[in-house]
Design a protein around this ligand. Structure first.
Ligand code: CAA
Length: 256
């Protein structure tokens, strides 16, 4: 299988760079397999505290690879179950930051929405253009977009297939921050390094609690939050965090 991504660990940040720039990082089967396996590897590595997924300056990812699907029959698509594997991204416990420059379309937008914090360059162009191919989003786009931006805007994006700018995406709550074009990667990495200084167990509990809001009722979600909150009092990092506050010094978290 060709290397469709690059991976490295930089000071506790597991970095995944999508590496099909000539195809605008179209998400073919090999690339998505490698992304999911790298995320799982980083999640299991105690040296990694946070992950970063980046594309190139021109494209985060321009969608699922249309060439791989163009001639497939319904039965072939059913057997390939190409999006079944995406569910594994939901099981990643450490925070994932997306660094988005240029196009994040179709599956690219869906991959972006699987991440926890999205840093978008002012050049970002985001959308779900599947309607223009005679299909609809298939990797969670219809479900995650409505939760991120509400029904009126999700319908607009999914039924027209139009691309929106980074500022429009920020106003909708689809991305976390917009940064100047030349700083898209550095700003995302800086954010990851900031996350690496937090207590790892608290980061994971925070991610878990926020995500549970998507899956449960308010009452159940509040129960999940309470349990995770109390659980953190079994960690050395909670003791360190509160003691450091009282002693007016910076905490040093060790991940226990
Ligand atoms: N799949 C396969 N190849 C793609 C691709 C995709 N999604 N997007 C771009 N490419 C390829 C192009 O075919 C081209 O390759 P060649 O040089 O070999 O011809 C190369 O990337 C550069 O693309 P363009 O020449 O088209 O670049 P552009 O600047 O003129 O246009 C673009 C850029 C507007 C993003 C245009 O490439 C485009 O519309 N891409 C498709 C976007 C799309 O429809 N995405 C949804 C895919 S379906 C999906 O994602 C389903 C799902 O839910 C997961």
């Amino acid at each position: 299988m060709a290397n469709e991504i690059k991976t490295e660990i930089r000071e506790h940040v597991g970095i995944i760079t999508l590496n099909r720039p000539e195809k605008l990082n179209a998400l073919n089967y090999a690339l998505m397999t490698q992304v999911i396996e790298a995320l799982e590897r980083f999640d299991a590595d105690t040296n990694v505290r946070c992950m970063l997924i980046a594309g190139s300056e021109r494209a985060f990812a321009a969608g699922a690879d249309i060439n791989e699907m163009a001639d497939a029959s319904m039965v072939e698509m059913h057997h390939r179950n190409m999006f079944g594997r995406w569910d594994r991204i939901k099981k990643i416990r450490k925070p994932i930051v997306a660094a988005v420059s240029g196009y994040a379309l179709g599956g690219g937008c869906e991959l972006m929405m699987c991440c926890d914090i999205v840093i978008a360059s002012e050049t970002a162009r985001i959308g779900q253009p599947e309607i223009n191919l005679g299909i609809i989003p298939g990797a969670g786009g219809t479900q995650r977009l409505i939760r991120a931006v509400g029904k009126a805007r999700a319908m607009d994006l999914i039924l027209t297939g139009r691309m929106i700018t980074a500022d429009e995406a920020l106003a909708m709550g689809l991305v976390s921050r917009v940064v100047p074009a030349e700083q898209w990667f550095e700003e995302a990495l800086k954010l990851c390094q900031e996350l690496c200084e937090k207590a790892p167990m608290a980061l994971q509990a925070g991610k878990d609690a926020v995500n549970s809001a998507f899956e449960t009722t308010l009452t159940e979600g509040i129960e999940v939050e309470k349990k995770l909150f109390y659980m953190l009092f079994a960690t050395d990092d909670q003791t360190e965090g509160m003691r450091a506050f009282v002693e007016k010094r910076k905490p040093v978290f060790v991940g226990r």
